[in-house]
Design a protein around this ligand. Structure first.
Ligand SMILES: NC(=O)c1ccc[n+]([C@@H]2O[C@H](COP(=O)([O-])OP(=O)(O)OC[C@H]3O[C@@H](n4cnc5c(N)ncnc54)[C@H](O)[C@@H]3O)[C@@H](O)[C@H]2O)c1
Length: 347
């Protein structure tokens, strides 16, 4: 059996914690090469996971592989993905797709031209609650979605490691890093309507205070430059709306990740999964007590990417869908700066 040869670039936390262990479980895959601007890290990872090649240059790696997993900081997603696609290599790229819509468009164009797979690793789509919710919505349980509420809230968990608070490398803070997951999931659940208009506001007053109480390490208040809290009202082209709130730091009671959709026939809460309805003259809630889960979402995502590369499946997320997520994020930042709503002209 010919195996899909995979390389990984940027072999830090997410590559070693999620992607490499997942791909190593697949018999149809051979992990052949790693690359990292920190050569010692690349060598360590190659040794730890028994991966044959450490490549200093991306070109050297592209000769050896059929597919590339990109786990670098966000700034490098677009240039690396475009170079790989132009070389005829499939790409699985960590979220967010890129720093802005313009970069996403260039990546989408490269994917279309090459005919290769470009999948963005929005792994929340593979969670059991998400897949079950998608099924229930497609079965018509809630009717037409009207109002979608997303909360990805952390009370005091500003990442005190890596480059997460570096605007140049990441493009923003809590929204582009954390809120993006449920935004992508919400758009997918309601059938990917195009975003039309955004009014947003971002804040970083808490992280700019000296001596922030923080559960995830220490940050420098003086140099903190991204948002730790963002809110937005998002109009979709089909008339539905999204109310979004996300934070790394906020004066709230507790951390919370929730996504709920109110539709014409019923409503759905995804975490935990339940349907809210009016029926037989009563208001009732159907709670889902058990959803079978044979495999972790990391493994499902890896399997899905490989199946797409082998032509056995169609990607769960098109590049355009991931670009819509980025266009909303970009519009929230722009709206916050302008203090006015922003229109999105989605392709
Ligand atoms: N899906 C998720 O839940 C999730 C969670 C965390 C991070 N991420 C994403 O994964 C990516 C990486 O995050 P991380 O937490 O692994 O960061 P990290 O800092 O742990 O690892 C990044 C690695 O990339 C290397 N690197 C930096 N620039 C490079 C370049 N130009 N070429 C090659 N290597 C380079 C660094 O040396 C480092 O080893 C980011 O895009 C982030 O948004 C996703």
């Amino acid at each position: 059996m010919t195996k899909l040869r995979i390389g990984v670039i940027g072999v830090g936390g997410i590559a070693t914690g999620r992607h490499i262990p997942a791909f190593l479980q697949l018999p149809t895959v051979e992990l052949v090469a790693v690359s990292d601007m920190n050569k010692a890290q690349a060598q360590k990872v190659a040794k730890d996971f028994d991966i044959p090649y450490v490549c200093e240059q991306l070109e050297d790696m592209l000769d050896k592989i059929d597919a590339l997993v990109i786990c670098t900081p966000n700034k490098f997603h677009a240039p690396i993905a475009i170079q790989a696609l132009n070389a005829g290599v499939h790409v699985l790229c960590e979220k967010p797709m890129a720093l802005n819509t313009q970069e996403c468009e260039a990546m989408t164009a490269a994917a279309e031209k090459s005919g290769k797979v470009l999948l963005i690793a929005y792994h929340w789509r593979f969670m059991k609650e998400s897949r079950a919710a998608k099924q229930l919505i497609e079965l018509g349980e809630i009717g037409e979605p009207l109002v979608i509420r997303i909360q990805s809230m952390r009370r005091r968990k500003v990442p005190g490691w890596g480059v997460f608070t570096n605007r140049d490398l990441q493009g923003g803070g809590a929204l582009i890093d954390y809120g993006c997951h449920l935004l992508d999931l919400a758009l997918w659940l309601v059938g990917n309507p195009k975003p039309a208009e955004v009014s947003g506001a971002t804040f970083n007053a808490l992280s700019r205070q000296q001596g922030l109480v923080n559960e995830w390490g220490t940050i420098d208040a003086e140099t903190f430059e991204v948002e730790d809290h963002a809110t937005a009202f998002i109009r979709l082209e089909n008339g539905a709306v999204i109310l979004l709130e996300t934070s790394w730091a906020a004066n709230i009671l507790a951390d919370e990740e929730s996504l709920s959709i109110s539709g014409t026939k019923g409503g759905i809460d995804v975490f935990p999964l339940r349907i809210n309805k009016a029926a037989n003259g009563m208001l009732m809630t159907n709670t889902v007590d058990f959803i079978p889960e044979e495999k972790s979402y990391d493994l499902l995502q890896a399997e899905h990417f490989v199946a797409c590369c082998l032509g056995e499946s169609t990607a769960i997320a098109s590049p355009q869908e991931s670009m819509h997520v980025s266009s909303v994020i970009e519009a929230i930042y722009e709206s916050s700066t302008k203090g006015a709503s922003v229109t999105i002209n989605s392709n």
